[in-house]
Design a protein around this ligand. Structure first.
Ligand SMILES: [Zn+2]
Length: 75
């Protein structure tokens, strides 16, 4: 029997400069959360350019921060 931990990890995601600030990142993460509503998507410390994005994104998402690079042993 497969036991699912329900932990997802958003780790070091980046878009090239020409694709930033156009809503694509938010759209992509929304789609991920919509497709996998049973998972909790943890966010690690991101690359500095993405930190502002995640701060804004989390205003409308429950994706929690984690200091752990491996919030679940399966990573
Ligand atoms: Zn796991």
């Amino acid at each position: 029997m497969l036991l699912l931990c329900s932990v997802g990890l958003l780790r070091k995601i980046s878009f090239s400069l020409e694709w930033q600030f156009c809503g694509l990142g938010t759209l992509a993460l929304r789609e991920l959360e919509t497709r996998h509503p049973d998972l909790t998507w943890y966010t690690t410390g991101q690359y500095e350019p993405a930190q502002g994005f995640y701060e804004r994104y989390r205003h409308s998402s429950h994706s929690p921060w984690t200091d752990e690079q491996h919030p679940c042993p399966h990573f």
